[in-house]
Every structure is written in C-alpha cells, then in structure tokens.
Design a protein around this ligand. Structure first.
Ligand code: ADP
Length: 499
C-alpha cells in the first residue's frame, strides 16, 4: 500500500536555498572549477539543492588544510580532556538540531522521518559522546624487556599511542549522517585531522554537521568536507600522498579500487564493505518474533543496509509458515514519502539504485524464484519499489550471491546444522548474521561457526557505539565503533631507555 506524498518542510528552505559550499580550512568555499552538481529528492525525482563539485584541486586544498592543522595546529597537541569536551559538544549540538537533521536525512536519502530521528540522528549523537570518553583514555603500556646476551643491562621500555595523522574518509548514502559520525568521531578522539567526502547522492546532512562542528569549537582545518563524485574527489583522496590513512565505507568493488589507489604511499586502509548476511530461523524459534525480526532485518531503511538479512534460511518444517508471515508483513508495509507519518518504508536513494534493484527483481524471477510479496516498482514518481520476498531461491541465483542493497529477501529452506552452516558461509561476504531459536546451545554453535563480524541472536540490526562492527572476508578490513576502532587511527611507538 502507498501513502501520499508530503512537501518539503518550510524550516529547511533557508538551508537549502543558501549556496552549498565545501568546508576547507575553516572556510566555506566553492569548487575551484566553479562546478556544482544536482541533489535529488528520491521521493519526487526533483532537484532540491546544488552542491559544490569538488575535484582533485579541491582535495589538494583540503589536504593542505588538514596537514597544517595536524602538523602545526593545536589539535594533535591538545590534551585529551580538551578534545573530549569539544567532541561531546558535537553530540549535544546534534541532539539540539535533531528535527532539522532528521528532516534533511529524509529529504536527501528518502528514509522515514521517524527512523531518521530515532536511529540515524540519535546514534550519531551517541557516537560522538561515546568517543569523547576515549579521548582521555588513550594510553600505551610499560613493557619489561631483557636481552639474552646482556642479562644485566637494564631498560625502561614503553609504548606511546600517537594519532596516525591526516585521514581521508569516504562514506556512502544509506546513513549519511551516521556514517559521518562513525568516521569522524574516532578520528577526532585520537587527534587526527580529516578530509571527509560524503556520497554525491546525499551530501546535505554532512554539510549541516560541518556547521555544527564549527559551532562546537573544533579548530579550523581539523574537519574538512569535500563534496563531489567518487571517481574524481574520492579517487583523489584515496591516492593522495600526503594522506596517512583512508577509511572507506561502500561497495566491495570500490573498496578494491581504494586499496589499489592507496598503494602509492602505502597509506593505511580500513574498509567497511558489502554484505549478503544470513538470517536463520530454526523450527523451535519464537516464530512471531522471528518473522517480525526477519522482515525488519531486510526492510529497515529500504533494505539499504550493508548488514541487511538478505538471505533468509528457514528450517524445513516451518519454511512455508515463515515465508507466508514475512510476505504478509511485506504486503502490509506503508511505502511512501518519508515525510508522511504513516510511511514505514521510503523510496530508494537514487534513479541508479532503483534501476539496480528492479534489475535484480527481474533477474530473480527469470532465474526461477517466485515473488510471494512485491516483485516490482511502484507506479508513481520517485524511486519506489515494493518490499519483496523471493521464495524458491537457490544458491546459484544472482539474487542470492550478490548484494542487492534493496528491500529484497531471498528465502531458502535448510534441514540440519551442517547444511545450514555450509549454506550460510557460502558467500564472498562476512559482515553479519542472525539466528532465531529457543535453544541457547544451537544459537551459540551457529554464532561460532558463521564467518561474520556481527552475530545477532533472537534480534537483528542492533547497533551501539560501544559494540565493534565490521567484516570478515570481502566485507572489509578493521572494525568501526567500540574501542576496537581506535586502533585504526593510532600508531604504536615503542620507546626504549637504557638505565
Ligand atoms: P554505491 O555503488 O552504493 O553508490 P559506492 O561504493 O560506489 O557505493 O560509493 C560509496 C562512496 O565511495 C561514495 O562516497 C562514492 O562517491 C565513493 N566512490 C565511488 N567510487 C570511488 C572511487 N573510484 N574512488 C574513491 N571513492 C569512490
């Protein structure tokens, strides 16, 4: 069913009408070329803003600003407590502007306003606050050492933790503000300086965040924001010789390009890439909870979630019942403008993404799957597709092997644990997994045998700033969030003193 379209909130107009420039060295600047690109409202296919189109020349300026702020500026030399206060303040300012940021997110990405506010904005604020706490807790170790050939020689040895330096951060369009927060917060906590490139589809909330970061009192040049396309601005960041580390979230395909581009100066690379995550329902599960959870695992955020439960494995005896239950939820979801309070699922982010997802819907049916819910686009302006459940899916199908990044789940039966584990791990990806059962041993056995960076037992898509997140296999390198992320942004220096 579809909800009606709603207009852009009046309160956003002043921000949208002001020229959308880039933040470099504390100034808001046009692209050197003077070029701009259009940003679309995915619910209406209308242009909502024009944004500076940064390219290599603009990245050059941003790197110079970030280098200066790191090498000479106050940031990397500031005490942790001072940094903590400023980072905490960013979190507070996000909360103070929660409605406005959530509206921008809905307008630019399409997601329902209530989701943007309760998930994206709230988690972004928490991420800054959680990381603020670590700024005062970054410390090395004292390490006893002894030389076998000079046992009487005495040493005092210890490690220092130092910021890695200037960091390029390239983020996707599915959680624009939250991905900016996941990236910026640990970089700031550790004393790094940043060039952030938001996705070209969704640059608006990052630009507003840039204003809040200035308001919080972060020194000029510490956070630079370059808007533009991946092949130009993004590639210039990935290959830049004066950038010490690149952090990327996006497709596995582009992640491999980033690795290649980074080899010039061997900059450090952390990657959070695609997924094709298995969500498993055993026949002894609380089926009502499991069915609702399976629907949420794939339809949350229009399925544009790297860790979405896109392969649903259901134990034979309850397969038909579960597929029928998930399909019923899919059919009942209100699809429409994210500004309509009744909307449960918004449009996909872009025309390109719409074409990609509808292509997979066709391929799935052509290859022999059957849509027991959805299966096509909505006949209205904007990039809307139906929440879709594909049954009779098999492991060879592209809809089972490849990341769709849309509201499409492929359901498959399994009979026993051995078959399940083989099938669940039969993927190039390894980002997340879910399992629903009342048998705690079964759940833990699955958690140990699945090759995935996150496992949710009797829940799905639970995120917290304190809980590490990241991929096995081709889902990435390194972890985000928790104290695990700090390692991405720190160098360890060993110091040895002869006594
Ligand atoms: P999607 O295909 O879902 O849009 P991408 O992985 O292409 O996801 O995009 C994620 C981010 O990577 C965006 O900010 C995009 O601009 C950027 N990007 C795309 N291609 C490149 C590239 N060749 N080098 C660096 N960044 C890129």
């Amino acid at each position: 069913s579809t909800a009606t379209n709603s207009p852009i909130p009046e309160s956003l107009q002043p921000f949208l009408r002001s020229p959308k420039k880039m933040l470099i060295g504390g100034n808001w600047v046009e692209a050197k070329s003077g070029k701009q690109f259009d940003v679309y409202d995915p619910a209406t296919d209308q242009v909502i803003a024009q944004v500076a189109e940064g390219e290599a020349a603009d990245v050059e300026l941003a790197v110079a600003a970030a280098r200066h702020a790191f090498d000479r500026g106050p940031w990397s030399k500031m005490g942790g407590a001072e940094r903590a206060r400023l980072i905490w303040r960013i979190g507070e300012l996000i909360d103070e502007h929660a409605d406005e940021l959530a509206q921008l997110e809905t307008l630019d990405n399409g997601k329902p306003f209530a989701v943007a506010k309760a998930a994206d904005v709230a988690l972004a604020a928490e991420m800054f606050r959680y990381m603020a706490g670590w700024a005062t807790k970054i410390e090395g170790n004292t390490i006893p050492i002894r030389l076998p050939f000079a046992p009487d020689a005495e040493f005092h040895a210890f490690t220092l933790k130092e910021p890695v330096g200037v960091v390029g951060q390239i983020i996707p369009w599915n959680f624009p503000l939250l991905m900016a927060a996941w990236k910026l917060a640990p970089a700031l906590t550790t004393g790094c300086t940043v060039i952030l490139k938001p996705a070209e589809q969704t640059p608006l909330s990052a630009l507003r965040l840039g204003e809040l970061i200035q308001q919080a009192g972060i020194p000029d040049g510490v956070v630079n924001i370059v808007t533009g396309f991946g092949e130009t601005a993004g590639a210039a960041i990935a290959s830049h010789e004066q950038i010490d580390k690149v952090a990327f979230t996006g497709s596995t395909e582009v992640g491999k390009l980033i690795i290649n581009a980074a080899t010039g100066n061997l900059k450090r690379v952390s990657l959070e890439l695609g997924g094709k995550s298995p969500n498993v329902i055993y026949d002894d599960a609380d089926l009502d909870a499991a069915i609702a959870g399976a629907a949420d695992a794939i339809f949350f955020n229009q399925g544009e979630v790297c860790s979405a439960g896109s392969r649903l494995f259901v134990q034979q005896g309850v397969y038909e019942q579960v597929v029928a239950g998930v399909s019923e939820i899919a059919k009942s979801l209100q699809v429409g403008s994210g500004f309509d309070a009744a909307t449960q699922m918004g449009p996909l982010v872009s025309r390109e993404q719409f074409n990609r997802v509808t292509g997979y819907l066709k391929a799935g049916v052509d290859q022999g799957a059957e849509a027991s819910a959805g299966g096509s686009a909505l006949d209205r302006p904007g990039y809307f597709v139906q929440p879709t459940v594909l049954k009779h899916a098999t492991e060879e199908m592209s809809v089972v092997r490849e990341e769709i990044f849309g509201p499409v789940v492929a359901a498959m039966p399994f009979s026993d644990d051995a078959e399940l584990v083989r099938k669940a791990n039969n993927t190039a990806y390894g980002l997340a997994a879910g399992v629903w059962t009342r048998d705690i041993s079964k759940a833990h056995r699955f958690a140990k045998s699945v090759k995935a960076g996150s496992v949710w037992i009797n829940c799905y898509s639970v995120f917290d700033a304190a809980l590490p997140f990241g991929g096995y296999k081709q889902s990435g390198w390194g972890r985000e969030m928790g104290h695990a992320v700090l390692e991405n942004y720190l160098q360890t220096k060993s110091v040895c003193v002869s006594l």
